[in-house]
Every structure is written in structure tokens, then in C-alpha cells.
Write a protein that binds this ligand. Sequence first.
Ligand SMILES: Nc1ncnc2c1ncn2[C@@H]1O[C@H](COP(=O)(O)OP(=O)(O)OP(=O)(O)O)[C@@H](O)[C@H]1O
Length: 249
Amino acid sequence: MTVLLDRVTFGYHRWIRPVLSRFTYEVPAHGLTILLGPNGAGKSTTMALLAGTVEPKAGKVLFSGTDLTSASREYRRQVAWLPQRVPTSRQLTAREYVAYVAWLKGESRSHAWERAGATLDQVGLAEQAGQKTANLSGGQLRRVGIACSLAHDARVILLDEPTAGLDPHQRTVFRDVLREVAAKTPVLMSTHDIADLADEADTVTLMDGGRVRHHGGTQSFLDHARRDAVPARRAESAYSVLMGLDGSK
Ligand SMILES: Nc1ncnc2c1ncn2[C@@H]1O[C@H](COP(=O)(O)OP(=O)(O)OP(=O)(O)O)[C@@H](O)[C@H]1O
């Protein structure tokens, strides 16, 4: 399966310069791809277009060669999408909410309920499964969102800053889950947390100003780091060099 933005132009307001102009990007078909870039680079916009939640003003979103506008219902069932702000229903318990999302994505009621329990367990929220989402912390809500994205059989998973607000232990738990998931299903994930995650990724895409500045295997990304960068800082150094922030480029 391929998911491709083909010469897409998109802006939020007609009178402001588009965020993306004739932008082409294909989600790598395997493993974990990390989408990096400064605030406002266009990462969330790219993901929203790929998720089919906003439509391009020009160009196409192609899902295995089919234009998304003509196949959006079918596509949305096959894509798991975690936006930056997890849209929960405050009156539902965590398990009810995750099951509801899985049901919307086409799982049967009983399967959705079962998967909701299993994925909440996977993200370390088994004990909170029966709590109303209104009573959960920001980090717990984010984990509910992650559980939603895992609770149905998606063919591509899009995660917009899933680790924001997670405590260090939960980040570790999340990384383990992510490794397992990405072995089976392609995952595109935006993050600002490069030091943690560059080692886990198969591919790194760096965006800036609505364009791809770098795209390639993780090693080729890390090769841009300064020679004197300590191992724990190589990812940050590569980012600075590629963004022209360290004065060496
Ligand atoms: N709903 C919106 N309405 C108007 N402008 C928006 C909206 N969402 C994003 N933008 C603008 O679009 C541009 C790209 O934003 P986007 O959120 O895609 O970037 P990002 O790389 O995800 O940034 P961040 O790292 O801060 O999440 C920014 O200039 C932003 O201000």
C-alpha cells in the first residue's frame, strides 16, 4: 500500500500564503518514519492531509493509486490517526471511548470492546480503563489516543506528537509498543523528541517551511552530525546541521 501527497497545495486561509505548495511526499511503506521540523514547518498539516481530515486545494492524495476524495470512507477505515489534541468524549470511560473509535473504524462491537481493553493495557492504562476520560490527566489522555490508533487493523498509522506530555517511564513504554507496531504496520510519527527517537526510526524526514529538507534512512540522517558530537547528541547535532543552525552549513 502507498500513501502519497502528489503536488499538493494547501493553506488555511485564501489570503495567506499556502502552508504547502505543490508538495509531494510518500509515506515509506515499512517501519517507523519520524517527521521532524521546527514549529510551523507543516508537519501536522501534512499528517492531516494524509489522514484525509483536510482536503488539498490542488493536487491529489493518493492511496494505493486511488484519489482519496473518491475513496475517503474506505480509506479512513484503513488509516489510524492521532491528532495533536486527542478528541475525547468526556462522558465515556477510557475503554468505552477506545471501543467506540474502533467500532467507527469498522470493528464489530465485541471485537472493538476486546481490542480496547487490550490496547489500554498495552499503553499502561489497564487500571484507568473504567475511568471517565474527563478525569484523566493530559498524559493519560494522550495514551488513550495512542490506544485508539492501535485498536483497529489500520494499514498505516499517523501519530502527531504522540510523546508530548508523557512522563519518562511512559515514553519508554510507548517506544516498546511503537517498535512492535511498526514491525507490522508503517508508522509516520511527528515529534520534537529527536534525541529519544532517532535510534528507533527506520527513516527520518525533516521538513522546514512546507518543504522536505532531508529524507532518508536514519543512519544517513545521523551521518550529518558533527564529528565531535557525543553519541547521545548525534541526532540533535544532525538536526542542527541540516537546519543550518550550528553555523557549519
Ligand atoms: N487551523 C489553522 N488555522 C490557521 N493556520 C494554521 C492552522 N493550523 C496550522 N496553521 C498554520 O500553518 C502552518 C503550519 O502549521 P503546522 O501545524 O502544520 O506545523 P507543524 O510543523 O506541525 O508545527 P508544530 O511543530 O508547532 O506542531 C503554521 O504557520 C501554522 O500557524
